[in-house]
Design a protein around this ligand. Structure first.
Ligand SMILES: Nc1ncnc2c1ncn2[C@@H]1O[C@H](COP(=O)(O)OP(=O)(O)O)[C@@H](O)[C@H]1O
Ligand SMILES: [Mg+2]
Length: 234
C-alpha cells in the first residue's frame, strides 16, 4: 500500500532522516519505534506532506506522492493523528469531528461517518455538544482519532497516541487502534512505548538518529536482544 524508499529529510542544515525505507502492506499495523528525537515524527510528517524530502520516493498505491501538499495527500486517504492530540478546545465535540470532514473525499459522507464515530466512542456521543477543552486527556485522544476517521482514511498514521495518558487509558487507545485495524484500517503506529506497540504490530522498524537500524515482525523485535537492552530495559 505504502512504500517509502531511501528518504532523506532535513530541517534546515540538520538531517532528520537518512536513507529511510519502510513497507506498509494493506491491512497491517506497522510500528515505528525509537527514542525521543530519532526522527519518528519527521517521517510521519513527511509522508503526510508537511515536510518536503530532499531525496527519496513515497509510493502510495504505486503513485509517488513525495513533495505533494498535505491536503492532496489527505484526500488520497492518508490520515494522521498528530502528536499531542491538538483538538480545538473551544469548539464542541461535534464541531471538532466535522472539521475532519472538510476533505472533498469525505464531504458527502459526513453524516454517516459522524454516526459511525459516535457509535465507536460512546463517551464522545454523551459529550457531543460540550467544548472539547473540557474533555479528559483520553477523551481528547479519542476525539483526535474520531476527527481523523471523519476524513474516511484508508491508512492512518498515529504519532505517539499514548503519550501523557494514564495506563488504563493507554490500553483503551491501543484497543481502539487494534479494533479499527480489524475492521480493515491500515495503521502506522509511532510510539516510544516500545513493548506495547511491538505486541500490536505485524511489522516493525527501529529508528535511531534518523536511520532504520532494525526491522522485522513485532514478535521478532520483541525477542531481539538489542531491542530488549536498548528499549525494554531487560
Ligand atoms: N521543525 C523542525 N525544525 C528543526 N528541527 C526539527 C524540527 N522538527 C524536528 N526537528 C529535529 O529533528 C530531529 C528528529 O525529530 P522528530 O522527528 O520530532 O523525532 P521524534 O518524533 O522521534 O522524537 C530532532 O533532532 C529534532 O530536534
Ligand atoms: Mg515525535
Amino acid at each position: 500500500m505504502l512504500s517509502v524508499t531511501d528518504l532523506d529529510v532535513f530541517h534546515g542544515d540538520a538531517q532528520a532522516l537518512s536513507g529511510v525505507s519502510i513497507e506498509v502492506e494493506e491491512g497491517a499495523i506497522v510500528a515505528i519505534v525509537g527514542a525521543n528525537g530519532a526522527g519518528k515524527s519527521s517521517l510521519i510528517r513527511t509522508i503526510a506532506g508537511m515536510h518536503r524530502p530532499a531525496q527519496g520516493r513515497i509510493l502510495f498505491r504505486r503513485q509517488d506522492i513525495a513533495g505533494w501538499p498535505s491536503h492532496r495527500v489527505c484526500n488520497l486517504g492518508i490520515g494522521q493523528v498528530a502528536e499531542g492530540r491538538q483538538v480545538f478546545p473551544t469548539l464542541t465535540v461535534v464541531e471538532n469531528l466535522d472539521m475532519g470532514a472538510m476533505l472533498p473525499r469525505a464531504r458527502a459522507s459526513r453524516e454517516k461517518n459522524r454516526e459511525r464515530v459516535l457509535a465507536l466512542f460512546p463517551k464522545l456521543a454523551e459529550r457531543a455538544s460540550q467544548a472539547a477543552g473540557t474533555l479528559s486527556g483520553g477523551e481528547q485522544q479519542m476525539l483526535a482519532i474520531g476527527r481523523c476517521l471523519m476524513g474516511a482514511p484508508e491508512l492512518v498514521m498515529f504519532d505517539e497516541p499514548s503519550l501523557g495518558l494514564a495506563p488504563a487509558v493507554v490500553q483503551d487507545v491501543l484497543k481502539t487502534i487494534r479494533d479499527l485495524n480489524r475492521e480493515g484500517l491500515t495503521c502506522i503506529l509511532v510510539e516510544q512505548n516500545v513493548a506495547v506497540s511491538l505486541k500490536l504490530a505485524s511489522r516493525a522498524y527501529v529508528l535511531e538518529n534518523g536511520r532504520i537500524t532494525l526491522s522485522g515482525s513485532g514478535e521478532a523485535l520483541l525477542a531481539d536482544d538489542r531491542v530488549r537492552q536498548a528499549y525494554l530495559g531487560l
